[in-house]
Design a protein around this ligand. Sequence first.
Ligand code: GLY
Length: 312
Amino acid sequence: MGKAVIAIHGGAGAINRAQMTPEQEQRYIAALSAVVEAGQAILAAGGSALDAVTEAVRLLEECPLFNAGKGAVFTHAGTHELDACVMDGYSLRAGAVAGVSRIENPVLAARLVMEHSPHVLLVGEGAHAFVAAQGMPLVDPTLFSTPERRDQLERAQAGDRVVLDHDAPLDPDRKFGTVGAVALDVEGNLAAATSTGGMTNKLPGRVGDTPLVGAGCYANNANVAVSCTGTGEVFMRTLAAYDIAALMEYGGMSLQEACAGVVMDKIPALGGSGGVIAIDREGNVALPFNSEGMYRGYGYVGDAPNIGIYQE
Ligand code: GLY
């Protein structure tokens, strides 16, 4: 069994060094390091991979630097519709919510769906009613709004475009990022979680890959845990997260080969961009992306976090 480890992402896209001030860079590095360290602490204390990824994604949702929870992008109607998923590689149980606007931490709602309902995915008002019945307070949707995201919507609407959260020209404040985490714990269990506000100027009701098991999130103790970020429609059509697991299970590929095949070949072939974070049952880590950059980090228990933003 490999050493316990966690990996996280805060979105992939047109992120390049020339456009980033040292202060902005430092803010992202500090935020990503703190989240990796929080996950490492849970794993070091013998906590589960499921708890580590849930807490890592909750922290990323709380951070307005990233497009999930606070700082989520706006729909065409000027609203927020958030999606999240969590999956436990030990039991293959999963929970997800989609199109929610009144849940402060969608990843915690996804976990409630997994652990306290017979279902996998709840959407919209049904999800709100379910989590409220579970004792989770509902919040005002304006909680997620930031002036920068409002500006981003107005620029997208002026150009009549639907825009990935990580589109740099429309996002001078560089608030990029669907978020996610994958982990392996000391018991050898894998888990994955992903959370997003989706795409700026998306049609109300649009759901991407993030809350769909096998598309934006997947974990199976037999092989791998994966969390995706990027062009949701293409990750859905390629079943990207599950495809990595399948290439390993049925194709006998290594983690690196399977991730490269999906991220560098299959996603771009359909016009998609983005990346994945993945950890296999041995504790190997892969963080490939086909865009200019991806906010990312990982840390084995006992080691310092490794943080990256740009191509190496
Ligand atoms: N990958 C996130 C989304 O497209 O919604």
